[in-house]
Design a protein. Structure first.
Length: 145
């Protein structure tokens, strides 16, 4: 699958730390045959990718659409259709399908969201869906509260 990770509060904290398990999870997903992309509503975040040594694991870095998600992919130069997105922003997850994650702010010892993401990706790859409440089917509606 083409798997797209958001940057701020998904893999990167306010303190510029990487969410625990990010490198390991990206490597596992790539080793499983997925293509990993990084995108952000703040533009192409190459500096984050280079600083945290993610460059060998990823297939591209793009600007993320923050509205009209599907329509704006071409305009933003995103060359593939995202199959699965991971984001703290629920609208983009609902648009493409994937996992909503609680925002990550600061380095802390207990954050297992990356393990959860990996489990859900494997489950969806194997069965087409997941019962996890953080999983969103493509085109699902976003709860208002
Ligand atoms: Mg974010």
């Amino acid at each position: 699958m083409n798997i797209f990770f958001d940057v701020d509060y998904t893999i990167l904290g306010l303190d510029d730390s990487l969410r625990p398990g990010t490198q390991e999870t990206l490597k596992q997903l790539k080793d499983d045959g997925n293509e990993i992309y990084i995108w952000s509503g703040m533009g192409e975040r190459w500096e984050v990718v280079h600083k945290h040594n993610l460059t060998p694991l990823i297939s591209g870095v793009y600007e993320k659409p923050t509205h009209h998600f599907h329509e704006r992919l071409q305009e933003l130069g995103v060359p593939v259709e995202p199959d699965f997105v991971i984001d703290d922003y629920p609208e983009v997850v609902a648009a493409f399908g994937g996992v909503w994650v609680p925002p990550y702010f600061f380095k802390r010892s207990f954050d297992q969201e990356m393990d959860r993401i990996y489990r859900i990706v494997c489950e969806v790859a194997a069965t087409g869906t997941s019962e996890d409440r953080q999983y969103r089917v493509k085109g699902s509606t976003v709860p208002l509260f």
